[in-house]
Write a protein that binds this ligand. Structure first.
Ligand code: FPP
Length: 258
């Protein structure tokens, strides 16, 4: 985008728009990066294309970002692919989005396996069409022995519902006598969330210039570093991810301490 050109900055002789992986501190790579992939529709509109063309282009961005994330040494990449609120979109668009995981995995699964990537899904199965779930489950199964990047798709995910779901399960376990009320603390809560196997995100990226969290990982981002870009998701690329990580590395994380 034009704004990006003017935002070009040099810091200590380093051009932030021309970063290489070797410009990053290998000892301070964010372990868990979460991304709100926004702006597919606006990208398409700007080009006079239907919204779904933006989603298809956004799928290509996922391929590149996963490859770079793996190369850089990020351990978990959580992508907000479909929220519990996205069902409110026109039926055609929802159908198209529900077909995308199948299309993406048909094209990319072999390469993801080759790159040692583990595909995971985080979300609520109910409502998701069978073909969408089957495609994702097959990818999860075929990549479960891999040890590289965890590519975690948030699909039919909503944070408020996730928290309610956790509370219901905790209450069930208290009533069943499996745990006592006094055992409920942050650590226990983490175990009842869909992210129970992962550390909290270190870095949350949102594209398209919107400054919102949109019901994504509300509990988990308590101390996450936030990074926003005006680029629409289909424009986001290797350089954008390197810049986000570079800027993350310039920050001092204090977790409430001094
Ligand atoms: C937000 O853009 C994007 C989404 C709701 C969908 C994101 C999905 C993908 C990038 C592809 C998913 C692919 C796989 C493999 C799961 P928007 O439509 O809200 O854009 P707008 O704000 O400009 O309208």
């Amino acid at each position: 985008m034009l704004k990006g050109l003017f935002a070009k900055k040099k810091e200590n002789g380093l051009d932030k728009n021309k970063l290489n992986i070797k410009d990053l501190d290998p000892l301070n790579i964010p372990k868990h990066v979460a991304i709100i992939m926004d702006g597919n529709g606006r990208w398409a509109k700007q080009k006079g294309l239907p919204r779904i063309a933006g989603h298809r282009e956004g799928m290509k961005t996922i391929r590149e970002v996963a490859r770079v994330a793996n190369e850089v040494g990020i351990k978990i990449l959580t992508l907000y692919a479909f929220s519990t609120e996205n069902w409110k979109r026109p039926q055609d668009e929802v159908k198209f989005l529900m077909d995308l995981p199948q299309e993406f995995l048909r094209k990319e699964l072999d390469e993801l396996i080759e790159q040692n990537v583990q595909v995971k899904m985080m979300g609520f199965d109910q409502q998701l069409p069978e073909h969408t779930l089957n495609a994702v489950h097959e990818a999860v199964e075929k990549t479960k022995q891999n040890t590289g990047l965890i590519l975690n798709f948030a699909l039919n995910y909503g944070s408020r519902y996730e928290i309610i779901y956790a509370i219901r399960n905790i209450v069930d376990d208290v009533l069943a006598g499996n745990i006592s009320k006094d055992e409920i603390d942050e650590k226990l809560m983490n175990q009842y969330l869909l992210t129970k196997s992962y550390p909290d995100p270190d870095l949350l990226i949102r594209t398209s210039g919107e400054l919102r969290i949109s019901n994504f990982l509300l509990w988990q981002i308590a101390y996450t570093e936030l990074w926003y870009t005006d680029e629409f998701w289909p424009e986001f690329n290797k350089q954008s991810l390197l810049q986000a990580i570079y800027e993350y590395q310039q920050r001092s994380r204090r977790f409430g301490s001094l």
